[in-house]
Structure formats: C-alpha cells, structure tokens
Design a protein around this ligand. Structure first.
Ligand code: SAH
Ligand code: SF4
Ligand code: F3S
Length: 472
C-alpha cells in the first residue's frame, strides 16, 4: 500500500504555519503581553496521549504556556476517548463543570477534540446542550488547530469540524512532550480490524503507517536528547507497513531501532495476536535493548466468542504464540486485555477465559466489562446476561489474576533487576521505577537517580508493587 496518499500536503502545512503566526498575534493582543495559560487534558490510550503532545506543541507555538490548574486556564482543551460508555459519561460530566469557569473568565476558550468528538451524535449533543463550548474538532483534522484557534479568536463564533477523511499522516508538527526520559512514538494510525465491539475504527479511520525513515529519525533524535525509554505505538503495530517488503515491516523496524547506539530501551504496543509472528518474537529475544514485555490482548479464551468478536485467531493460535514466546524468552512478562460479558457469552464460555489465565500466567491484565458502543456490530447483538451477573464474573476474573500476579512477583524475591527510575513514590522517601517486564518497583535512593537506569534487588514483593534495595 502506498501510504503517501495519506500525507497532508506541504501547502496545507504551510497554511497552518501562517495561521499559527496569525493566532499568535491575536493571542498577544487579547492578553496584552501576558502569556495565556492552556490546560490540556488527554483521556484514553497512549496514542491519544501522543496526539495531545502535538496539540500542546501547536498551542505553544501560538504563544500559550501551560497550567495544571484548570481554574487558572485561558484555554481548556479536553482530548477525549470513546472506548467505553463510562469514559464518555465522565467527559460529559467534566465538560459540564467548565461552565462556571467561563463566568469568572469570559476570555476562556473551551475546546473539545479526540475520539469521542469524532462521533456525529456526540458533536450534535455538545452543539445543542453545551453552548459554552467554543471549539470542537475530530481526529482527522486535529493538525488544523491553529486555524481553529484563529477563527475562534477572530470571529468570536463557535467552530465545529468533524470532517472525515481516509485518514491522514502529518509529519513535522511541533511537539511538547510530557516526559523528559520516556517518549511515545506512533508508528501507525487507525485500525482496519473492526472487532465487533470496538469504536476505534470508526473514530480513527483506516490503518496507515508512518514512513520507516521518519520513525527512525524521530527515535534517533530522542536517543540523542537523552530519552531512556521509547514506546512505539499503534492499535495493531504488527500490521505496520504490512503491504511493503519485509525490510520495512514491524520486526525490521524494531530491529533497526534496537541496533541504534545509546543507553535506552524500546517497548511497543499494541500487538494483535492475529498478526503477531514468531519473527517478531525472535527480534524481541535478540536484543537487550528491547524490553521483555509483550502486551498481547486476547479478549476471550473461548473460540465461539472470539469469532463473534471478529478477532481472527483462536485460543490455540494464541497459546501457541505464547508458548513459543516463553520458550525463547523464559523471563518474558506478558500482559493482556480481556472483555467480560460480551453479548451472548455464557458462564461456561467465560470459564475458558479463566482457564486461559491459568495457562498463560499474565503479569497483569486490563479487564473490562463489555460496553455497548453505538455504531458497532455488537451494539445490536442480543445481550441477555444482566450487568450484576457480569460484575460477578468480573470479580472472579480479577481475583484469579490477583492470585497469579502475586505468585509471579513472589518469584522475583532475591533477584536483581535493571530498572528505569521514573520518579518519587507516593510513599515518602521511596523512588519508583519499572522493570523491563513492566513491574513497578520501589526502593530507597537518591532523587538524582530519577531518569536513569538502576540495579535494584527485590527484597519484599507484593502483588502489584515489589519493594527492593538499590544495588548500583
Ligand atoms: N488495538 C488494541 C486495543 C485497543 S482498545 C487491540 O486490538 O488489542 C483497548 C481495549 O479496550 C481492548 O483491547 C478491549 O479489551 C477494550 N475494549 C474495546 N472496546 C470495548 C468495549 N466496547 N467494551 C469493553 N471493552 C472494550
Ligand atoms: Fe479495536 Fe480491534 Fe482495532 Fe483493537 S484491533 S483497535 S480492539 S478494532
Ligand atoms: Fe480511546 Fe480513541 Fe484511544 S477511543 S482508547 S482514545 S484510540
């Protein structure tokens, strides 16, 4: 597939640069030389977080500084998520709460973007019921933020744009990263899988991959800037450049990154079991620079349910990938996503999910009760099991996983791990970091260790956090 058809033209980017300059002048005039503050909050997955960093980059170029205090903001931007109903309800609540701030600061611009806003029914509801929202835009046009801000400031009118496209790739946008030593690098956008429960393909558009050399350049730049952990992102990283020759696909990209000079580790998410190959696992095993952590969502352990979910793999294929992965990487840490109570799932079928947990022994799980998303196939499926019943199954699942996680961390006792020290722990006096396998580890140490790799020996493992001592 030729991905250049997804690229935004140089002319369009130039136009947005001009809008940036115009918006900056309006911002300066409105705030009379004082630097206005933006409060940007991102919900949802790391892909969305990464988009949020680019939105911040654009705002910075327009003359905005940032605040963590919504009360002090002159612009509030919520970058939203639509994955479950609960996520959407929360956002409606938080948007409603912004109304009061507009009273005390009439200059305040309230802006909404991201996956939830890409849906027609949501944009309509905001238009009708939330008249204090000034700007709303979808995922396909977010690179036009300078134009939108300019229009808001110059006309004082509401701006709404949820135009769809085949999906696009925008290189060269400014970026203001949240972290100093951990960085997100998207390698592909969108999704073509249409799992029957999932809204992502509808709000993110078709699958498209970034150019191999562009990704390499970004990663090289990050390593040169001292970043210690690079996470490659995509809804389905295994289908990166899948129509191109092997030397451009995901295993080749991961290998090339792992061969770069420098003291860093690389992670990636999410892998889809359908496209996850032994070759990818071989690449993982080949380099110490690649974290020994595989996030491989299985969703259900039952073949009938997997088929209804449109996942395109069965339990046997999933387990055979896992057994190969453990064979070549005995220390591998595997995490996953699970949905409980997919429409029509019986308790017997759910028990196959439990038995899969016992077989794989995941380090940790992201567990969800099925949430019907309007517009998806599963939304219209018969769903006879009551929510209370699903909640009981959910509890069963999480307590089994808790037991397994505890057994896994108990085995870490006495062993020494290389840990990226991420910051201070909530517990006074301790630092917090993560092992390559993505287990949180806390220990006593000097704050100067933050942002470096440290050797830590595990002394007291608990289920979700292990405690240790600094070795060097
Ligand atoms: N692309 C990734 C997942 C992205 S969404 C993959 O295919 O693995 C993250 C997780 O949210 C999914 O793995 C799934 O477990 C959960 N999820 C998505 N839609 C959901 C829904 N409608 N109800 C409950 N959980 C859902
Ligand atoms: Fe959603 Fe499936 Fe795509 Fe993941 S692979 S984003 S679950 S449709
Ligand atoms: Fe949510 Fe959109 Fe990510 S729906 S999970 S923010 S791709």
């Amino acid at each position: 597939m030729d991905n250049s058809r997804f690229s935004i033209s140089k002319e369009e980017l130039e136009k947005q640069r001009e809008y940036t300059a115009l918006a900056r002048m309006l911002v300066e005039a409105r705030f009379e030389g004082k630097t206005p503050k933006a409060f940007v909050h991102t919900y949802g997955c790391q892909g969305n977080v990464s988009d949020g960093e680019r939105l911040q980059g654009m705002l910075q170029q327009m003359g905005y500084d940032f605040t963590d205090d919504v009360k002090k903001a002159d612009l509030v931007l919520y970058n939203t998520c639509a994955i479950r109903e609960h996520a959407e309800d929360r956002i409606y609540g938080n948007v409603g709460a912004l109304k009061q701030y507009k009273k005390s600061n009439p200059n305040l611009i309230i802006a909404l973007c991201g996956c939830m806003m890409q849906q027609e029914r949501v944009a309509e509801k905001i238009r009708r019921s939330y008249p204090f929202v000034d700007l709303l835009f979808g995922t396909h046009v977010s690179y036009k933020l300078p134009e939108f801000i300019y229009k808001c400031l110059s006309t004082g009118k509401r701006v709404f744009d949820i135009t769809e496209s085949d999906g696009n790739i925008v290189e060269g946008l400014p970026i203001k990263r949240d972290g100093r030593f951990k960085a997100w690098v998207p390698v592909m956008y969108g999704c073509n899988n249409f799992c029957s429960y999932c809204i992502v393909p509808y709000v993110r558009g078709r699958e498209r991959s970034r150019d191999f050399d562009c990704v390499m350049e970004e990663v090289k730049g990050l390593v040169a800037d001292g970043y210690k952990e690079i996470t490659l992102l995509g809804q389905n990283v295994n289908s990166y450049n899948k129509d191109l020759s092997e030397d451009k696909r995901f295993p080749a990209l991961l290998k090339a990154i792992s061969e770069l000079e420098g003291d860093f580790i690389v992670r990636f998410m999410t892998s889809h079991p359908r496209d996850c190959t032994r070759e990818l696992l071989d690449v993982m095993a080949s380099s110490d620079k690649i974290a020994k952590h595989l996030h491989l969502p299985f969703q259900s352990g039952n073949d009938r349910v997997l088929k209804e979910m449109n996942r395109h793999y069965d339990r046997e294929k999933y387990l055979s990938l896992i057994s190969y992965a453990y064979e070549i990487m005995p220390e591998l840490s595997i995490t996953s996503d699970v949905i409980v109570g997919f429409p029509g799932e019986s308790y017997e079928e759910f028990k196959d999910t439990l038995s899969l947990l016992e077989e794989v022994k995941f380090t940790s799980l992201f567990t969800f009760i099925f949430s019907p998303r309007p517009g998806t196939k599963a939304y219209d499926m018969e769903d006879p099991v009551a929510y209370e019943e699903k909640s009981r199954w959910f509890k069963e699942l999480t307590s089994l996983q808790e037991k397994i996680a505890g057994q896994r961390t108990a085995k870490m006792k006495g062993r020494t791990y290389r840990v990226l020290v991420e910051g201070k722990s909530k517990t006074e006096g301790l630092l917090s970091g993560r092992t390559g396998g993505n287990v949180i580890i806390e220990f006593m140490g000097d704050e100067s260790l933050i942002g470096t790799f440290a050797s830590v020996k595990v002394t007291n493992p608990k289920t979700w956090v292990v405690y240790g001592e600094y070795i060097g």
